[in-house]
Design a protein around this ligand. Structure first.
Ligand code: ZN
Length: 719
């Protein structure tokens, strides 16, 4: 911590009335290393009253460039709904405080106001006291979008439905130089609110609470910011080892208490041995009033919808386990803003993917690896940017970060050895909690534990875009010298790869790895038995692009390209079908969409466009003829449907099915249908099913199928 050489100069306030004559004054960058934020909130009135104390270091120019009498200004930002009432400083004399209005240099929403404070004779470290109050209120529903799981529009809101203060300058923050936000110590004090439970992004400080009568939180290690949330919740408490667990749930969510507690305990038990001790001593799950799965240093904010999923969100991978691991990666070890965001890729790998490995579900793990490759294969070349650029300006997409990122960490673990990888992650935790870390720091710990250099690996997978397109273009067996010769192509790339090859022969199956590092290459494998077929990497251990005809059809296919047709049902268009229509249409420009009303006929709108068929439109004779012509694997009769010889005629039965559209490369045909309204799958969930076919009973999936194509190559005898 900075030691403060304070001059005891507490100076009068100037509220929003600027003094003139400051034109020549320069603003020096100020960085805060300690904050004390005190707030009182009134949810019914949407108001916040606050007082923030900041210990600041000033980058004061050399005496030669500034005369001793020349004043210095520092600047801070504050939410536009908040009015500064008082500014005082210890360590300088305040000449004036002015609110300059919206700060165009800030990208934060809503645009904060820029305040400047003009000082005489500032010390290099000063303490700034700011009191302020005002209204903080957002239209919560405006940011809720069909098919999206996070409402990223929410930044700062005080209301009876809940409190969410995360960024948006809900407390004053100094304007730094160009460097990364310095990590700081935070103390947050909030007045208790009747009927609301509050949670801050730190660990509670009982002594300070006792002393002040307020709720208090302290950063467990230096942080980039402090956050405060709350809602009309009951608080359930437990502990696991030395970690205190709390659940902040609405009264009607009490039924999920035991399952959630168990999930938190299970994840601690699973991951602490792999990645090191949980970095703090408190962990809370908080029910949230808008769509979210957001992780903060000591708590996770989950949508009510996610909590209300019950067992599924407690045990499925990518929900609670994912958010909990951000306590290590993202909130415990912070992403170095000078480099791309590595924490989503690493967290997705360890939970969304590796959770299945920990469960012993190799089929599911394979499915994830395959889907990562397939889904990214559809990406337009201009959107395919290096994994290492996530979160940076013009950086890669979320899909690259979460999916390719998880696949890249799988390959990294395979390259250095799975156990070595976890040992590297334990060292990463030990070394970097409370600090910024970059991709290079990850490379270093992995190189140490893998005892190998990873320059090439990081260059091709993290610093470069693209992926190889692996193909066996020729396979011959030379019986005289017992050699299998494979011509392997990887398309335009020359990645350095160890590629698994599966060889089927009369005696069974042999899996081998071949090393390639050129765009086309011939490799020779000694084989005592005569091989029949070969298949490249059938289990998708290497992240790669597959040709569009081989991409697994899912709803993503039907949302691809630039032409879309929806065929509407006649049965009163239940709301679910309406929502589904808008979810799919949101992937297309308005002039790319066509809607065919119930009963109308328009064959040309089906032949060369992605197609969504809803409800009883499947029984429209011309739609039925189209589906039959494209060999759609589902058939319908008067009161049900049939798949692979099994008939589903209960009113609660429903189906979601997608096949590749033979007339649209990379595109799809999707049908969503319920035997009655209760059988139609939930619209918001439809885009999230990564399967070709799902059958539902009362909207719960009961059957899941993937229409996957395997590419095996027949081995020919050498001439
Ligand atoms: Zn995440």
């Amino acid at each position: 911590m900075a030691s403060m050489s304070r001059r005891s100069l507490i100076v009068a306030l100037f509220c929003c009335t600027g003094l003139t004559g400051c034109a020549s004054v320069r603003t020096v960058p100020a960085s805060a290393h300690r904050y004390r934020i005190e707030v009182a909130l009134d949810p019914a009135a949407h108001t916040l009253t606050g007082r923030t104390t900041m210990d600041l270091s000033l980058a004061i120019p050399e005496p030669s460039t500034q005369t001793p009498d020349e004043p210095t200004t520092i600047a801070f930002r504050l939410h536009p709904g908040l009015t500064v009432r008082n500014v005082t400083v210890a360590g300088a004399v305040v000449r004036s405080h002015r609110n300059l209005g919206p700060d165009k240099d800030s990208t934060s929403k809503p645009t904060p106001n820029r305040h400047i404070v003009t000082l005489d004779h500032p010390a290099e470290t000063i303490t700034l006291f700011v009191t302020y109050d005002g209204t903080i209120h957002q239209d919560v529903s405006a940011g809720e979008k069909a098919g999206e799981i996070h409402n990223f529009d929410m930044t700062a809101h005080v209301g009876e439905e809940g409190i969410y203060l995360n960024g948006a300058y809900w407390h004053p923050q100094p304007i730094e130089g160009d460097d990364a936000t310095p990590l700081a110590d935070y103390t947050l004090l909030a007045s208790p609110i009747d009927g609301m439970a509050l949670v801050g992004g730190g660990i509670s400080n009982p002594a300070l609470s006792e002393q002040t009568g307020m709720l208090t939180w302290q950063s467990p290690f230096p942080l980039t910011d402090m956050v405060l949330v709350g809602g009309p919740h009951d608080v359930h408490k437990a502990s696991h080892g030395d970690v205190s667990i709390a659940l902040h749930l609405k009264p009607d969510q009490a039924q999920f208490r035991d399952g959630l507690m168990q999930a938190v305990r299970r994840n601690l038990d699973r991951y602490e041995p792999l990645i090191g001790k949980y970095p703090t001593t408190e962990y809370t799950i908080v029910d949230n009033f808008f769509s979210s799965g957001f992780a903060f240093p000591t708590f996770t904010l989950l949508s009510s919808a996610v909590i209300n999923m019950g067992e599924r969100s407690q045990t499925a991978h990518g929900y609670i386990d994912h958010e909990m691991l951000h306590s290590w990666w993202g909130n415990g070890i912070m992403v170095d803003p000078e480099d791309g965001n590595w924490c989503e890729a690493l967290t997705s790998y360890a939970t969304n993917y590796y959770g299945h490995v920990l469960d012993g579900e190799e089929d599911e793990a394979r499915r994830k690896r395959r889907n990562y490759a397939h889904f990214l294969s559809r990406m337009k070349p201009e959107r395919d940017r290096p994994l290492g650029t996530y979160g940076q300006e013009d950086g890669c997409s979320r899909g690259v970060s979460y999916s390719k990122g998880a696949a890249v960490f799988h390959m990294l673990a395979m390259t250095i050895g799975q156990d070595n990888f976890w040992a590297a992650m334990r060292e990463f935790t030990q070394k970097f909690v409370g600090r910024y870390a970059s991709w290079e720091d990850i490379r270093e710990v992995c190189e140490t534990h893998g005892a190998t250099t990873l320059d090439t690996f990081f260059k091709q997978w993290i610093r470069s875009s693209g992926a190889p397109t692996l193909e066996i273009t020729g396979a011959t067996y030379h019986s005289a010298d017992q050699v299998l010769r494979l011509d392997v192509s990887q398309g335009d790339t020359d990645f350095d790869l160890n590629v698994p090859v599966r060889i089927i022969h009369a005696a069974g199956t042999t899996d081998v790895n071949v090393h390639i590092n050129q765009s086309t290459q011939t490799v020779e494998l000694p084989m005592a038995v005569v091989p029949i077929t070969v298949e490249l990497d059938p289990d998708y251990h290497v992240f790669r692009k597959v040709p569009s005809a081989a991409i697994l059809p899912t709803t993503a296919a039907t949302r691809y390209g630039d032409k879309f047709t929806v065929v509407l049902p006649s049965d009163g268009s239940p709301k679910t079908y309406e929502t589904l229509r808008s979810i799919f249409e949101s992937s297309f420009e308005e002039n790319e969409r066509t809607a065919i009303p119930a009963g109308e006929q328009n064959e040309t709108a089906l032949a060369k466009r992605c197609v969504l068929v809803l409800g009883d439109a499947v029984r429209n004779p011309y739609v039925a003829a189209f589906l039959s012509a494209v060999e759609f694997p589902v058939s319908w009769d008067d009161d049900g449907f049939q798949v692979s010889g099994v008939r589903y005629d209960a009113p609660d039965d429903g189906i979601l099915c997608t096949i590749a559209h033979p007339g649209v490369p990379g595109g799809g045909i999707t049908v969503v249908y319920g035997n009655s309204e209760s059988g139609i799958p939930k619209a918001m969930n439809v885009p999230m099913y990564e399967h070709s076919l799902v059958i539902f009973d009362k909207t719960k999936p009961t059957v899941r199928l993937d229409f996957e194509k395997h590419t095996t190559v027949t081995v020919t005898p050498a001439q």
